[in-house]
Design a protein around this ligand. Structure first.
Ligand SMILES: Cc1ncc(COP(=O)(O)O)c(C=O)c1O
Length: 289
């Protein structure tokens, strides 16, 4: 091997091919998008491709209810509304976060209470959360990030003790697990982003979109009435008699996902297990264990 650095014309010290081996299935995406354009299905929810995405994501997560939205932050806003958050209430969220994590709560007039993060995981510190709960607290909003999941058992037991709702920012946590269960099937209500393109964007991406997942029927119905104006069959989905007066206009926001995003999201969801498996293998080889 020559003495010169490769950049100066010498031999490469590392000869392994580091190029991304997995190729994004762009042709498949084009086919799915063009099929919707040909069909003229460019608006709608709870039917066709958007319904197929909701059903498939629900089955993948293993939870009871899934609602797709326009973005991750609108999924979170719907989660906060579902939790009953309103003016004068406090919600606890980590000091390192993102404006989209809690903008919806701010617009509802709620006050953020920022908590510490753990030095080793950079995730919400449950002990610090405990010290910040007041009679005004209504919601704890953990942010799962960097492939790590917050201490859900501790956060859920705090929520139970103080009658709070845990609204998870799961923007980056599609397929992440806590105690053998996928996020969306663990806490009260989890909100995912689908922003970006696979593999650089969110783990399941479709350009722009979001997802609400929950096992709680009441939280699902509240999210639905908040953000799914004119969803097909929405009124028939409402079982709570309190909502029996609502017509398909519900509460007026139309924050449903675009069908084209759902078509691309279905393809991204299909190859998620492969990508997660490779992330895990690469992480283990880098961390040496
Ligand atoms: C941690 C976190 N929360 C929420 C969001 C909001 O998602 P969206 O961009 O889909 O509104 C993002 C987006 O990047 C995020 O990184």
């Amino acid at each position: 091997m020559s003495e010169d650095l490769a950049i100066l014309g010498g031999d490469r010290a590392i000869t392994a091919d580091s190029a991304e081996q997995w190729q994004r299935p762009v042709d498949k995406e084009k086919e799915a998008v063009c099929a919707l354009i040909d069909e003229g299905y460019l608006s709608g929810a709870a039917t066709g491709v958007p319904k197929a995405f909701e059903d498939r994501f629900r089955d993948y997560i293993g939870c009871e209810y899934v609602l797709t939205t326009s973005h991750g932050h609108t999924a979170l806003a719907s989660g906060f509304f579902a939790a009953g958050l309103g003016a004068g209430d406090e919600f606890i969220t980590p000091a390192i976060g993102y404006i989209g994590s809690y903008a919806g709560a701010l617009h509802m007039g709620a006050t953020p209470v920022f908590c510490e993060i753990e030095a080793d995981t950079l995730l919400m510190d449950p002990d610090d959360v405990a010290g910040r709960i007041t009679p005004k607290t209504r919601v704890i909003s953990p942010i799962h990030s960097s492939g790590r999941v917050c201490e859900m058992d501790l956060l859920l037991s705090l929520a139970e003790k103080h009658d709070l709702v845990v609204v998870e920012d799961a923007a980056h946590a599609h397929g992440s697990e806590w105690d053998g269960k996928r996020i969306g099937n663990v806490g009260h209500i989890a909100c995912f982003s689908m922003q970006g393109t696979t593999p650089g964007g969110k783990p399941v991406s479709g350009g722009e979109a979001g997802i609400v997942a929950t096992n709680d029927r009441e939280l699902y119905e509240r999210a639905l009435i908040y953000c799914h104006l004119h969803r097909s069959g929405a009124v028939d989905e409402l079982t709570n008699p309190v909502y029996s007066e609502l017509d398909p206009q519900l509460l007026g926001w139309k924050w449903r996902a675009h069908p084209l995003a759902m078509a691309i999201g279905l393809i991204s969801l299909e190859n998620l297990p492969y990508r997660l498996d490779h992330f895990a293998t690469n992480r283990e080889s880098l961390s040496g264990g």
